[in-house]
Design a protein around this ligand. Structure first.
Ligand code: COA
Length: 393
């Protein structure tokens, strides 16, 4: 390295080191969601999540996130009618699902289909706020249809058309199984959707806003957000939680021994830990109660037992609490949903938060373009290729 290059590098080293993973960095202002990681509080548009989950439906939460206020009866009726009218897929999307290998990862299938939807939306490039709002509703209506249709097609079954006049939760369970769900199942899934709808600048929302800030369309931003959510450190954790619980159930191994062994190998236990919540994830507290109630009702208390043993070891060995994914997994399992659909179900709810952030971003857009602290060399000379040394083995 030349001398000027070394001195330039040293100058860079003196500058403040950026927070790894942007931890604690305030990247923008938003009025959509507030999280207090020390108190374990989550607030959508001023309403505590614990209140919302008791009193309002997923559709009311969607309206709240998009509009900043809870809907009146008339506004909710109009939104439900709009969702109902949009719960349909262009035939080409069904063709894509039929051509997709049955062992394809559902998150990858969903990512592809959301991208394909853009080709059949006459408003795809229309960036007026009212057109983007309509596309937010359209995506929220169509994502559950894609997930349910793929789940059936891969088993050799025909997709089931949604029913008019029912909620997202009801219709998803119906389109998946072809059977009308009971009130308890609908209520449980609806509450899970409320709890997953929004979470400030998590990795997928930030990814979506970055894409949206370039003025790329909503389909591009949501496709990117789905990609970000699929990773095991983010939304992909819920699938792995269920894989762990199923493996324990099949092997009969002690959950406590399983966790200790993995911690000794420095492995992570999925469904635990959080970048923001340092005490408790309030969603996990609510989901735990829901899981216990469902396990009792379905006489499947073994899931509660496994979860408790895992939780006890994580608490005593690492002092780390469960996050939203830990109890969601057994809840969805008890509702009869295949494990690899759990992250797509996360999308089915989080689409409302992502699109609320996109609408907010576009309301006062500025390209999101941070800087990196450069740590490489500078002012290198280009050697003729005949004189270059092999630099890597
Ligand atoms: N299992 C075991 N140890 C964990 C852990 C987990 N799930 N989560 C965090 N830790 C430990 C780390 O090993 C580290 O310990 P160390 O300091 O002894 O090395 C410490 O806790 C801090 O972890 P760190 O990776 O710095 O935290 P983070 O803020 O970057 O990570 C997550 C947050 C969510 C990525 C992390 O907790 C994780 O990987 N969880 C599992 C995946 C998951 O459930 N994701 C869904 C999130 S909602």
């Amino acid at each position: 390295m030349t001398l000027p290059a070394i001195s330039a590098l040293n100058n860079h080293r003196q500058a403040a080191k950026p927070a790894l993973g942007l931890e604690g960095v305030i990247a923008l202002e938003s009025s959509i969601c507030f999280i207090d990681g020390q108190k374990g509080e989550l607030v959508y548009r001023g309403y505590d999540i614990r209140t919302l989950v008791r009193h309002v439906s997923f559709e009311e939460v969607a309206y709240l996130l998009w509009n900043g206020a809870l809907p009146s009866r008339g506004e909710l009726d109009r939104l439900q009618a709009h969702l109902c009218a949009e719960r349909t897929l262009p035939p080409m999307v069904l063709d894509v699902l039929r051509l997709t290998p049955e062992d394809a990862t559902p998150m990858a299938v969903l990512r592809t289909c959301v991208s394909v939807l853009a080709h059949f939306d006459a408003e795809a490039d229309d960036m007026r706020p009212e057109a983007n709002y309509r596309k937010a509703v359209r995506l929220t209506a169509r994502i559950p249809v894609i997930i349910a249709a793929f789940a059936r097609i891969r088993c050799g079954l025909d997709p089931v058309a949604p029913l008019k006049g029912h909620s997202t939760a009801y219709n998803f369970l119906y389109m998946l199984s072809g059977e009308r769900p009971g009130p308890e199942a609908e209520k449980t899934l609806d509450a899970a959707l409320v709890l997953h709808a929004e979470h400030s600048l998590n990795a997928s929302t930030f990814a979506g806003r970055v894409i949206g800030s370039t003025l790329a369309d909503i389909y591009a931003a949501v496709t990117g957000a789905i990609g970000a959510l699929s990773g095991p450190l983010h939304g992909g954790a819920n699938i792995r939680v269920m894989q762990m619980l199923l493996a324990l159930d099949q092997s009969g191994e002690s959950p406590a021994a399983y966790v200790r062994e993995r911690l000794a190998r420095k492995e992570r236990i999925m469904g635990f830990g959080h970048r923001v919540y340092k005490v408790i994830d309030p969603r996990a507290v609510i989901l735990h109660k829901m899981m216990r109630a469902l396990a009792k009702e379905r006489q499947a208390l073994k899931w509660e037992r496994y979860c408790q043993e895992i939780r006890d070891v994580m608490e005593s060995e690492k002092g780390i609490n469960p996050n939203v994914d830990f109890y969601t997994a057994p809840i969805y399992y008890m509702l009869g949903i295949d494990a690899d659909l759990y992250t797509p179900l996360f999308v089915m709810s989080r689409i409302t938060g992502w699109t609320a952030h996109l609408l907010e971003q576009w309301h006062a857009n500025r390209l999101i373009r941070p800087r990196a602290r450069y740590t490489g060399p500078r002012q290198l000379r280009v050697e003729p290729i005949s004189r270059r040394q092999i630099s890597m083995a």
